[in-house]
Structures are given as structure tokens and as C-alpha cells.
Design a protein around this ligand. Sequence first.
Ligand code: CIR
Length: 253
Amino acid sequence: MKAIVRDVPASLGRALRRTEPSSPIDVARAARQHEAYVEALMRAGADVIALEADEALPDCCFVEDCAVRAGGTTLVTRPGAPERRAEVDAIAAVAGRHGPVVTMQEPATLDGGDCLRVGRSIYVGLSQRTSAEGAGVLAAVFGPLGYEVVTVEVGDALHLKSVCSALGDERVLLAEGTIPAAAFSGHPVVLVPRAEELGANVVIVGRRALVQARHPAALHAVSAAGFDAIEVDTSELYKADGALTCLSILIDP
Ligand code: CIR
């Protein structure tokens, strides 16, 4: 498996965020945490493709929002935040070397953080970033490839995957009290306490799972599901609302 990542820009302090963090983003620490994340991906067996940061794009390390990948095809998104739209160019260039690429056109908007693929299902969150038109494009691209696209109301969260992630090809790891488990019809849901909301976002690479450090319920859940956990601390990036999945785009062969 390959993983696209993008370095942390020195301008990260100007990244979008929903609330001001209690202390300012320490960009050097964020960059070290990002390096450790990339090392964890490699340790899990991913072949990492690292892109340089673009200082004009303070959110550029949150690559997940720029593309959705399934069945060998990449949908390059039109991110919901206008400030982030130029991030997709660098991602589209790399994706083009790994199979067909479809580019989303206006007025549709969609962030990859709103797309949760579990086996042959893709759940798409309708959020402040992802529009019904964006979800429609997702269905038009991946439906014919054999994926069932199901919309989910995201509620208060920034993205669907701010509160959940795929625990392999069958299960969903979900923070309790956020999205109703019934939204993931047909897929068993494993709950973590609301206090571990960030821990519900894990990255699975083969039999390994990257898990947010200091989230014991999430750690237990991934281990009980049979994955070898690798703990990663991205607390500094979380000050800009980034979780673990948002720092990479996984490319299955
Ligand atoms: C944003 O607000 O767009 C970024 N600061 C954070 C994006 C996080 N993306 C993700 O979880 N997929």
C-alpha cells in the first residue's frame, strides 16, 4: 500500500480551525509529530510518497480532504473551504500516476474527511464542507465501480471522520453519542467513549493500526479487533482540527 502525505508548512499557525486552541500551535512540534506519523505509516508497511509543503496553503498537510480513492480510481475533490481549493493540484498530479482520476467541478463541494469507506460501502457525511451535490458526484463516480454510497448527516462535527473511521473492511469505530450507529447500516459498530472522540479516528494499514496516543479505549478496540496498534501523538495538529486519517491518502494497489 502507498500513502500520500504532505509536509507541515511553517504557515500552519494560520490553518483553519473551529475554535482557538488554549495555546497557539507550536509549528515545530507539529512538524515533529507529523514526522513521527510518517514513520509510523512506514513501520506499518506503507510506501510513503511525501510532497513538499506549500507555504501559501496553511492546511496543506491535511491531504485526506483533497481526494477520495476506491477501486483504483481517484476522485480529486473540490474542498468545501475556498481557502483550501488550490491544495488539490499537487494531489491530482500524484494521483494521476496511480490510475484514473476524476476531478470534481463546481458547484459541488466535498472533503475527503467526510468519506468513510468500509468494504464496498462509502458513507459520505453531509457537513458544512460537503454538499449534496458533492455526495452526488461521489455516487456517480464510485457507484458504477460497485460501491454503495450512503449519505450521513454529520451534525456538529467538522467532518464525518472527526468522530469515526473504518476498523478494517467490515467494522466502524465510532465515538459514542455523536452519529447514531444505525447510520452505518449493515456494518457492526464498535463504540469508544465520547471523551475519546479523537481516538475513534484510526488509520488501518494491513494488520497494523495507527491510534492516537493516550486514548486507551481506542487502543483496546483496535487490539481486540486483531490489529497491531502503533500509537501516534498528533495533538499539535489537532489544534487545527486534524485527526490521523486526514494526514494521508492511502492507495491500495
Ligand atoms: C480544516 O479546517 O479544513 C483543517 N484545518 C483541518 C482538516 C482536517 N481534515 C480531516 O480531518 N479530514
